[in-house]
Design a protein around this ligand. Structure first.
Ligand SMILES: Nc1ncnc2c1ncn2[C@@H]1O[C@H](COP(=O)(O)OP(=O)(O)OP(=O)(O)O)[C@@H](O)[C@H]1O
Length: 303
């Protein structure tokens, strides 16, 4: 449904995206977990045609590109960006905003009240935006995008300003929307939350996707041991740790477990119990751990 083909973007000598190649299909939530300044917004801007890449192209539904005006209109009809809170009109009501987006994208006009209800907005949505709190504004931004009902949605920090119960509410909506067949890109700093609704999580570094975490097929378990660098060095001297282990953030050793034959598993359990004083952690790796792995040294980021 959406392909990024060898996208490169540089601002002077700052190469922000470097031959980025990626495709996604309907019914997927693509999470993007990356520290500030790694190029998430730039990537969204290229997808939305706010920014022309130096190289490469974006292709929608296997045929539409930002080449002709006709194609652009087709793409814009199927694409929305989560509005920014700063873009809201203070003297208009929430309902006005939701209707505006529904009209502009020819979206769910009939379903506006159900969107309001499902996001618990009924008690405030007819008041002017200037009376709203941060969380109320953020739910409105989400409701506007939901009302536009486009097939592709780009969301930068969708959970911005939301409390725990609203994070959970929006997470449920994202899952519902992917079952409706939407393709959604969600950049978020709430890493563990991404594992709840994302299908794949991309890790951007140096302008490239350095890792793609497949959340749905994540059944490989690891024995996890908290070890400082000296303990880690001693450990790998003493034990024959498989090469494909991870040592994350100079604190966490993850030894592949489920891929080992049973006798080796037993042996590693005994070793782990010896080190961790009878506590055993055997689990999968989540977005948070990959984040620590790839961004432990973030000094390369320029801003
Ligand atoms: N218009 C611009 N001119 C010059 N440099 C830019 C421009 N836009 C972005 N950059 C630079 O590109 C890099 C990536 O910026 P971008 O906004 O894409 O990052 P981000 O991952 O979205 O960050 P954040 O999480 O802070 O929003 C940064 O080094 C930034 O300074």
């Amino acid at each position: 449904m959406l392909k990024l083909k060898n996208i490169s973007v540089a601002f002077k000598d700052n190469k922000v995206l470097d031959q980025l190649d990626f495709s996604a299909t309907e019914g997927e939530v693509i999470g993007i977990a990356a520290p500030n300044g790694t190029g998430k917004t730039t990537m969204f801007n290229v997808i939305s045609n706010y920014l022309k890449p130096d190289e490469g192209k974006v292709v929608f539904q296997g045929q539409y590109e930002y080449k002709s005006e006709k194609d652009q209109v087709k793409i814009y009809q199927g694409l929305t960006n989560l509005p920014n809170q700063d873009d809201l009109f203070e003297d208009l009501s929430g309902v006005d905003h939701i209707k505006l987006f529904a009209n502009m994208w020819n979206g769910k006009k009939k379903g506006i009240q159900s969107i309001i209800d499902e996001l618990n907005m009924d008690h405030y949505v007819r008041n002017k935006v200037k009376t709203y709190s941060l969380g109320m504004r953020q739910r409105l931004c989400f409701a506007m995008m939901r009302a536009a009902d486009s097939s592709v949605m780009l969301m930068d920090e969708v959970m911005n300003g939301l409390d725990i119960s609203n994070v959970s509410l929006i997470s449920d909506k994202l899952i519902e929307m992917k079952h409706e067949g939407k393709l959604m890109f969600v950049a978020s700093h709430l890493l563990e939350n991404l594992d709840i609704y994302a299908d794949r999580v991309l890790f951007l570094r140096g302008g490239k996707i350095v890792h793609e975490h497949d959340v749905n097929n994540n059944d490989e378990t690891f024995i996890k041991l908290e070890l400082n660098p000296t303990e880690y060095e001693n450990f790998i001297q003493k034990h024959d740790v498989p090469e494909n282990h991870h040592y994350i953030s100079k604190r966490l050793l993850c030894i592949p477990f489920s891929t080992l034959p049973s006798p080796d598993q037993m042996e590693w359990i005994e070793i782990a119990l010896e080190y961790n004083h009878d506590e055993l952690d055997i689990s999968t790796l989540g977005t948070l751990e990959f984040y620590e792995k790839y961004y432990h040294d973030i000094s390369y980021i320029r801003n």
